[in-house]
Write a protein that binds this ligand. Structure first.
Ligand code: CP3
Length: 365
């Protein structure tokens, strides 16, 4: 597969280059927005921009299991670059998955197409927690290698590294798979707080090390995904979750890269998620960005928050919503445009490209 990162096979999408590859001295708009500095335009990227919405992704992934593709630096590099070439987004996000470091820590799991992560033996006891060992850089050397390849290919476009937050990882490990109610997770959390904190403490160790490996290899920012934290009340979030996420984000305070903290359904949790040590707080579509800024405080940037389902609406609706979000994002000097959650597989990628162009044009200063 040599040369795969520079040449596109078959149904190549036109290479739109990167948003500002003409000027390689200027600090990228994405990093400037994360730091709440003036920007030439509002930067935009999409959670799950690499994935099944892209025909070139479906082609290259054909017959290769998800976890295997995450462990092949050549594939990771190509898949990460696909949406950057196609859409001209302001940042790339490493192609990986939140369960990659947990699998590297010895947990028997798989990512099942159409379902998500499935864990063979869900965590029930202290002995189960002790079997999850801390990872070292050698356990995830393929990630470091992919980051190095990507940083070389991306030029001035920043690469975002990421990890799952302790609560969201714990939810998969305790449930054994995806869950709507998180009932088993909450039963363990309320019923055996010692075990809960032991599990989340171990997951925080793994997550922090995984992010440090990515930073050392050259990512320009990190995002901590606590996708399912919105299942908790603010009080329970502060008691059971915030200390562990604070340890992860706090452990990166001196890393020199912006830290984005994201969750879904987190309207009530936004202040606590900001206090956990974020530079940028991800907001889903349920909370307008100006309202979110009021809750978070103007000393943080915000990221979001187009409803991914709006991308299925007629273009005039999409345009109205994008312009509304840009206007609400002006409540803070730091706005990174994104969806409120990931790109759905059925999304027309051409609409995503149009959104990128609209964000850039409508926000040009
Ligand atoms: O954003 C990106 O482009 C980077 C790639 C990325 C993936 N997973 C690739 C992936 C990221 C950032 C993730 C994080 C992730 N994984 C989260 C947090 C973000 C979120 O969406 O809330 C969660 C909860 C997971 C767990 C997970 N992995 C789920 C729910 C699924 C989808 C299952 C399915 O088939 O619908 C996965 C698999 C997965 N991770 C896919 C991709 C592109 C789909 C695999 C495929 O193409 O077959």
């Amino acid at each position: 597969m040599a040369g795969m990162t520079t040449t596109m096979p078959g149904n190549a999408a036109p290479d739109r280059g990167t948003a500002h590859d003409q000027d390689t001295t200027e600090e990228p708009a994405f990093l400037r927005a994360c730091r709440r500095q003036p920007v030439p335009h509002t930067p935009v990227w999409f959670m799950r921009q690499a994935g099944r919405s892209l025909p070139e992704y479906r082609e290259i992934r054909a017959g290769i299991p998800m976890l295997e593709s995450c462990r092949r630096p050549d594939l990771v590099t190509e898949i990460t670059l696909q949406p950057v070439r196609r859409h001209g987004v302001d940042a790339a996000i490493l192609f990986s998955d939140i369960v990659v470091p947990v699998a590297a820590a010895g947990v028997d799991l798989d990512i099942v197409p159409g379902t998500g992560p499935v864990v063979a033996e869900p965590v029930r006891t202290h002995a189960d927690v002790e079997r999850i060992r801390q990872i070292t850089v050698d356990d995830v050397s393929y990630v470091a290698e992919a980051v190095r390849l990507l940083v070389a290919e991306l030029g001035n476009t920043p690469l975002i590294g990421f990890a799952g937050a302790p609560f969201t990882l714990a939810s998969y490990l305790v449930e054994g798979g995806p869950s709507r109610t998180h009932a088993k997770t909450k039963a363990l959390m309320y019923g055996d707080p010692d075990l809960w904190h032991a599990l989340c403490g171990r997951l925080a160790d793994i997550t922090l090390e995984f992010l440090r490996v990515q930073v050392a290899a050259g990512v320009g920012a990190v995002q901590l995904f606590d996708s399912w934290a919105g299942a908790l009340s603010a009080a329970d979030y502060r008691t059971y979750v915030q200390p562990h996420s604070t340890r992860v984000l706090g452990g990166l305070a001196d890393a020199g890269v912006p830290r984005i903290h994201f969750g879904v359904g987190t309207a009530e949790l936004l202040p606590a998620m900001a206090q956990a040590g974020a530079d940028v707080v991800g907001v889903d579509w349920r909370t307008p960005l100006d309202v979110a800024t009021g809750r978070i405080g103007a000393d943080k940037a915000v990221q979001g928050n187009l409803d991914p389902c709006v991308l299925f609406a007629p273009w005039p609706v999409v345009e109205t919503e994008v312009r509304r979000i840009l206007a609400e994002g002006r409540a803070t000097p730091g706005h990174v445009f994104n969806l409120g959650h990931g790109v759905l597989p059925e999304t027309d990628p051409d609409v995503l490209t149009r959104v990128v162009d609209l964000v850039h044009q409508a926000s040009a200063r």
